[in-house]
Design a protein around this ligand. Structure first.
Ligand code: GSH
Length: 215
């Protein structure tokens, strides 16, 4: 099995440490699967890029002659290959899949529009911003209630925790997880894992090397 993860050749400073190839690096490190990293231009997204990722985004993963895009699909693909990422029992598999989708389709669905407004520096009285803040606050309240009762979503750490903590991590960056101590502790617990630390350091080093190559 030859695994190649593709990310951008360079990105500006602010997304560094948060580009979604990180969740894939993290899963690969947790699973101990060997992989290489390839790059695609950030500025010139040509037909080759769209052939692998129809939305012109990253990441994507090739596994032999398979190409998989969407970070959730990639995480699931890797989880199928590693009991560290997803225990083999039908119950655990169903729970992991459920929480993986919940991370992306219930939590990230709310955090992405919120983060767009946040980084656009909208005035706080903008009613659309208010709507999204309220929606996100309600989702946070729901996940806080779950995380108050458990260290990891299904019991043991799984790929669902990679997705969920990575989604919540973006909010922690701006201090917006402060009202949710259980979610905050969860992010701290997840990001203290050696596999996260390695994945994060590798992404930072990848883009730093790109800066060095540009001068
Ligand atoms: N749903 C996609 C989202 C991918 C995504 O938003 N990628 C960002 C980097 S983290 C990107 O390529 N942004 C550039 C763009 O959308 O043009 C996934 O989870 O893989």
């Amino acid at each position: 099995m030859t695994l190649t993860l593709t990310t951008y050749d360079w990105v500006p400073d602010w997304p560094r440490g948060y580009v979604r190839d990180l969740r894939i690096r993290w899963a690969l490190e947790e699973a101990g699967l060997p992989y290489t990293v390839a790059t695609t231009p950030f500025h010139d997204r040509g037909p080759g890029h769209y052939a692998s990722q129809p939305f012109g985004q990253v990441p994507w993963l090739t596994d032999g002659d398979l190409t998989i895009f969407e970070s959730g699909a990639i995480l699931l693909h890797l989880a199928e290959r590693s009991p560290t990422l997803m225990p083999a029992t039908p119950k655990a598999r169903a729970e992991v899949t459920t929480w993986l989708f919940a991370a992306l389709n219930s939590m990230e669905l709310a955090t992405v529009p919120w983060s767009i407004f946040k980084f656009m520096d909208q005035p706080p009285d903008n009613p659309i911003v208010g709507f999204f803040e309220k929606w996100l606050a309600s989702r946070l309240q729901n996940i806080e209630a779950v995380l108050e009762k458990t260290d990891w979503l299904i019991g043991p750490f799984t790929v669902a925790d990679i997705a969920m903590s990575d989604v919540l991590r973006l909010m922690d960056r701006t201090g917006d997880l402060a009202p949710c101590p259980a979610a905050r502790d969860y992010v701290l617990r997840a990001t203290a894992r050696p596999a996260f630390q390695k994945a994060h350091a590798d992404q930072i080093a990848h883009f730093a090397a790109a800066d060095a190559a540009r001068v």
